[in-house]
Design a protein around this ligand. Structure first.
Ligand code: SF4
Length: 164
Protein backbone atom coordinates (compact mmCIF):
# COMPACT_ATOMS: atom_id res chain seq x y z
CA UNK A 1 0.00 0.00 0.00
CA UNK A 2 2.99 2.32 0.44
CA UNK A 3 3.07 2.40 -3.36
CA UNK A 4 -0.13 4.44 -3.20
CA UNK A 5 1.70 7.01 -1.01
CA UNK A 6 3.50 8.04 -4.18
CA UNK A 7 0.38 10.12 -4.81
CA UNK A 8 0.61 12.33 -7.89
CA UNK A 9 3.91 10.81 -9.00
CA UNK A 10 1.85 7.78 -9.98
CA UNK A 11 0.52 9.90 -12.87
CA UNK A 12 4.13 10.24 -14.05
CA UNK A 13 4.54 6.47 -13.84
CA UNK A 14 1.38 6.05 -15.87
CA UNK A 15 2.96 8.03 -18.74
CA UNK A 16 5.73 5.44 -19.06
CA UNK A 17 4.21 2.20 -17.85
CA UNK A 18 1.02 0.17 -18.03
CA UNK A 19 0.06 -1.80 -14.94
CA UNK A 20 -0.64 -5.26 -16.32
CA UNK A 21 -0.97 -7.29 -13.11
CA UNK A 22 -1.54 -6.41 -9.48
CA UNK A 23 -3.48 -7.89 -6.57
CA UNK A 24 -4.70 -4.35 -5.72
CA UNK A 25 -4.69 -2.37 -8.96
CA UNK A 26 -6.09 -4.74 -11.58
CA UNK A 27 -8.49 -7.64 -11.89
CA UNK A 28 -6.28 -9.70 -14.20
CA UNK A 29 -6.13 -13.27 -12.88
CA UNK A 30 -3.18 -14.71 -14.80
CA UNK A 31 0.28 -13.18 -14.89
CA UNK A 32 0.89 -11.97 -18.47
CA UNK A 33 3.79 -12.72 -20.83
CA UNK A 34 6.57 -10.24 -21.67
CA UNK A 35 6.42 -8.03 -18.58
CA UNK A 36 9.21 -5.45 -18.28
CA UNK A 37 9.32 -4.92 -14.51
CA UNK A 38 7.67 -6.67 -11.59
CA UNK A 39 7.77 -5.72 -7.92
CA UNK A 40 7.37 -8.91 -5.90
CA UNK A 41 6.18 -8.33 -2.37
CA UNK A 42 6.01 -10.93 0.40
CA UNK A 43 7.83 -14.14 1.22
CA UNK A 44 7.15 -17.53 -0.33
CA UNK A 45 5.04 -19.48 2.15
CA UNK A 46 2.93 -21.89 0.12
CA UNK A 47 2.73 -23.80 -3.17
CA UNK A 48 0.67 -21.08 -4.82
CA UNK A 49 3.25 -18.39 -3.94
CA UNK A 50 5.98 -20.60 -5.37
CA UNK A 51 4.17 -21.32 -8.63
CA UNK A 52 3.43 -17.62 -9.17
CA UNK A 53 7.01 -16.62 -8.39
CA UNK A 54 8.39 -19.06 -10.99
CA UNK A 55 5.89 -17.75 -13.54
CA UNK A 56 6.82 -14.15 -12.75
CA UNK A 57 10.53 -14.87 -13.20
CA UNK A 58 9.94 -16.73 -16.46
CA UNK A 59 7.81 -13.94 -17.95
CA UNK A 60 9.57 -10.82 -16.63
CA UNK A 61 12.73 -9.04 -17.73
CA UNK A 62 13.46 -7.24 -14.44
CA UNK A 63 12.30 -8.68 -11.11
CA UNK A 64 12.46 -6.54 -7.97
CA UNK A 65 12.42 -8.04 -4.49
CA UNK A 66 10.19 -5.46 -2.85
CA UNK A 67 10.01 -5.01 0.94
CA UNK A 68 11.57 -6.86 3.85
CA UNK A 69 9.30 -9.90 3.58
CA UNK A 70 10.44 -10.54 0.01
CA UNK A 71 14.09 -9.69 0.81
CA UNK A 72 14.51 -11.63 4.11
CA UNK A 73 11.18 -13.51 4.60
CA UNK A 74 10.76 -11.29 7.69
CA UNK A 75 7.55 -11.74 9.70
CA UNK A 76 6.13 -14.79 7.84
CA UNK A 77 9.41 -16.66 8.48
CA UNK A 78 8.84 -16.57 12.25
CA UNK A 79 7.12 -19.92 11.83
CA UNK A 80 10.37 -21.44 10.52
CA UNK A 81 11.45 -21.73 14.17
CA UNK A 82 8.87 -24.51 14.54
CA UNK A 83 10.71 -26.65 12.01
CA UNK A 84 7.95 -27.42 9.53
CA UNK A 85 4.40 -26.51 8.55
CA UNK A 86 2.91 -29.34 10.65
CA UNK A 87 3.01 -27.67 14.10
CA UNK A 88 1.59 -24.47 12.61
CA UNK A 89 -1.34 -26.26 11.02
CA UNK A 90 -2.00 -28.36 14.13
CA UNK A 91 -1.99 -25.32 16.40
CA UNK A 92 -4.23 -23.20 14.16
CA UNK A 93 -6.70 -25.79 12.89
CA UNK A 94 -6.80 -28.49 15.60
CA UNK A 95 -5.77 -27.07 18.99
CA UNK A 96 -7.52 -23.73 18.43
CA UNK A 97 -10.29 -25.16 16.29
CA UNK A 98 -13.94 -25.61 17.28
CA UNK A 99 -15.88 -28.88 17.60
CA UNK A 100 -15.33 -29.74 13.94
CA UNK A 101 -11.62 -28.94 13.99
CA UNK A 102 -9.78 -30.49 11.05
CA UNK A 103 -6.70 -29.90 8.96
CA UNK A 104 -7.43 -28.14 5.66
CA UNK A 105 -6.99 -30.39 2.65
CA UNK A 106 -8.54 -29.07 -0.53
CA UNK A 107 -6.00 -29.49 -3.34
CA UNK A 108 -6.41 -26.76 -5.95
CA UNK A 109 -8.41 -24.60 -3.52
CA UNK A 110 -6.33 -24.33 -0.32
CA UNK A 111 -2.62 -24.08 -1.20
CA UNK A 112 -0.33 -26.41 0.74
CA UNK A 113 2.04 -24.64 3.13
CA UNK A 114 5.74 -25.09 2.41
CA UNK A 115 7.77 -26.41 5.34
CA UNK A 116 9.88 -23.25 5.36
CA UNK A 117 8.98 -19.67 4.44
CA UNK A 118 11.67 -18.36 2.11
CA UNK A 119 12.84 -15.02 0.71
CA UNK A 120 12.38 -14.87 -3.03
CA UNK A 121 16.07 -14.64 -3.97
CA UNK A 122 16.55 -18.17 -2.61
CA UNK A 123 14.25 -19.42 -5.35
CA UNK A 124 14.73 -17.19 -8.41
CA UNK A 125 17.25 -14.69 -9.70
CA UNK A 126 16.58 -11.11 -8.58
CA UNK A 127 17.58 -7.94 -10.45
CA UNK A 128 17.07 -5.39 -7.67
CA UNK A 129 16.35 -5.39 -3.93
CA UNK A 130 14.26 -2.63 -2.34
CA UNK A 131 14.14 -3.28 1.42
CA UNK A 132 11.80 -1.62 3.90
CA UNK A 133 8.78 -2.58 5.97
CA UNK A 134 7.26 -1.17 3.92
CA UNK A 135 9.67 0.69 1.63
CA UNK A 136 8.92 4.39 1.94
CA UNK A 137 7.38 6.27 -0.97
CA UNK A 138 10.57 8.37 -1.53
CA UNK A 139 12.65 5.19 -1.61
CA UNK A 140 10.30 3.55 -4.09
CA UNK A 141 10.39 6.63 -6.31
CA UNK A 142 14.19 6.87 -6.12
CA UNK A 143 14.47 3.24 -7.16
CA UNK A 144 11.87 3.20 -9.90
CA UNK A 145 12.37 6.60 -11.52
CA UNK A 146 15.74 5.64 -13.04
CA UNK A 147 14.30 2.36 -14.31
CA UNK A 148 11.65 4.27 -16.25
CA UNK A 149 14.51 6.11 -18.01
CA UNK A 150 16.37 2.87 -18.70
CA UNK A 151 18.94 3.57 -15.98
CA UNK A 152 20.06 1.49 -13.00
CA UNK A 153 19.04 2.95 -9.61
CA UNK A 154 21.74 3.62 -7.02
CA UNK A 155 20.86 1.56 -3.95
CA UNK A 156 23.28 3.04 -1.44
CA UNK A 157 23.01 4.76 1.93
CA UNK A 158 20.59 4.55 4.80
CA UNK A 159 17.76 6.18 2.89
CA UNK A 160 17.85 3.42 0.25
CA UNK A 161 18.88 0.18 1.94
CA UNK A 162 17.93 0.35 5.61
CA UNK A 163 15.63 -2.49 6.67
CA UNK A 164 12.48 -1.96 8.70
S1 SF4 B 1 4.89 -3.98 5.20
FE1 SF4 B 1 6.50 -5.21 6.17
S2 SF4 B 1 5.42 -6.97 7.05
FE2 SF4 B 1 4.06 -6.03 5.55
S3 SF4 B 1 4.43 -7.16 3.64
FE3 SF4 B 1 5.73 -5.33 3.62
S4 SF4 B 1 7.68 -5.98 4.44
FE4 SF4 B 1 6.17 -7.56 5.02
Amino acid sequence: MSFLDLDEWLFEVAKFADIVYSPVASDIKDYPEDVDVCLVEGAVANEENLELLYKVRQRTKFVISFGDCAVTANVPAMRNMLGSSEPVLKRCYLELGDKTAQLPHEPGIVPELLDRVRPIHELVEIDLFIPGCPPSAPRIQAAIEPLLKGEQPVMEGRSMIKFG
